[in-house]
Ligand binder design. Structure first.
Ligand code: C2E
Ligand code: MG
Ligand code: MG
Ligand code: MG
Length: 284
């Protein structure tokens, strides 16, 4: 009867809970050693410019390459690292890796593409958090225009005033700034006028019908892209999986697509082959 099933559900949930706690404890014990051992690796996902079908940027996405458990996706450790704030270390490590890569490209005479990194809201606890980023960037001598910081839309609702200041600080240092996951939560179109972002990243929640033939969906996407353009923001459509979606986005004058339709996030050498491969073989 219902009582039994409720009991069962409770039991089941608490087993899952215990498992989660065990895994979190395990991560807590190993995270610092893992960071020191280089187990966090940066993958890059290309952003394809719809103007000329070239790779015009990349997003850095972290993975945990655990020697025992294999490649762990960010969804399995980032929420926990946001709770215990270890994400601050991870984000700075990713940023360091990205600056180091850009430095190497510049040294090798490769024309670099800008790379974006995700910044967790945990950084905002410290008002001088950008100093740590700047110290790294300067150590590598990388121009700030090659770096973009992605802030997620959920920040808007927790503390818009703080967010305005963060964007301002990012710009004063010469970095670009983008609004990640726009449209995944309860985005207020009205807030867009106050958010001086360079780029709006349309969340994949916009592209739910895979065949891209839902007229209401198309109208919403087109309007958001038009609005972004009026506000001088470029647009990146995230999670684009089909050629039909890409064709529609081109028609809607979206600037870039980032999605499996072109490439998944890949290890750095694979990205270099995708982005610079042709140029390299010309040189050889
Ligand atoms: P995000 O910043 O919105 O990154 C885009 C996510 O969408 C990536 O997931 C990417 O692999 C996935 N994606 C891209 N194209 C497609 C597609 O066509 N279809 C589908 N189904 N998915 C697609 P990923 O790499 O698993 O990262 C998940 C989230 O973890 C990121 O979402 C970001 O919020 C967070 N994250 C990743 N790396 C970092 C990091 O270094 N620092 C911080 N703070 N967060 C990170
Ligand atoms: Mg992102
Ligand atoms: Mg996103
Ligand atoms: Mg996301």
């Amino acid at each position: 009867d219902t009582n039994d099933s409720r009991l069962f559900a409770f039991q089941f949930y608490s087993d899952l809970d215990r498992l989660k706690l065990m895994r979190e404890k395990d991560m807590e014990n190993r995270m610092q050693d893992a960071l020191n051992a280089g187990e966090f690796v940066v993958y890059l996902q290309p952003k394809l410019s719809l103007k000329d079908d070239t790779i015009s940027g990349a997003e850095a996405l972290v993975r945990w390459q655990d020697p025992e458990r294999g490649l762990i996706p960010p969804d399995e450790f980032i929420p926990f690292f946001e709770k215990n704030r270890f994400i601050v270390e991870v984000d700075l490590y990713v940023f360091d890796q990205v600056c180091s890569l850009l430095r190497r490209w510049l040294d090798e005479g490769i024309t670099p593409v800008p790379i974006s990194v995700n910044m967790s809201r945990a950084h905002l606890a410290k008002t001088d958090f950008l100093d740590a980023y700047e110290a790294i960037r300067k150590a590598y001598g990388v121009p700030p225009e090659l770096l973009e910081i992605e802030l997620t839309e959920t920040l808007v609702f927790t503390n818009p005033e703080a967010l305005f200041q963060v964007i301002d600080q990012i710009h004063r240092r010469g970095y670009r700034c983008s609004m990640d996951d726009f449209g995944s939560g309860y985005s207020s179109l009205n807030l867009l006028k106050d958010l001086r972002m360079d780029t709006l990243k349309l969340d994949r929640a916009f592209f739910t019908s895979q065949n891209a033939d839902n007229p209401r969906e198309r109208d919403v996407v087109t309007s958001v892209i038009d609005l972004a353009e009026k506000l001088s923001m470029s647009t990146v459509a995230e999670g684009v999986e089909t050629p039909a979606q890409t064709a529609f986005l081109k028609e809607a004058r979206c600037d870039m697509v980032q999605g499996y339709v072109f490439s998944r996030p890949v290890p750095i050498p694979d990205f270099e082959a995708l982005a610079f491969g042709a140029a390299d073989s010309e040189k050889a």
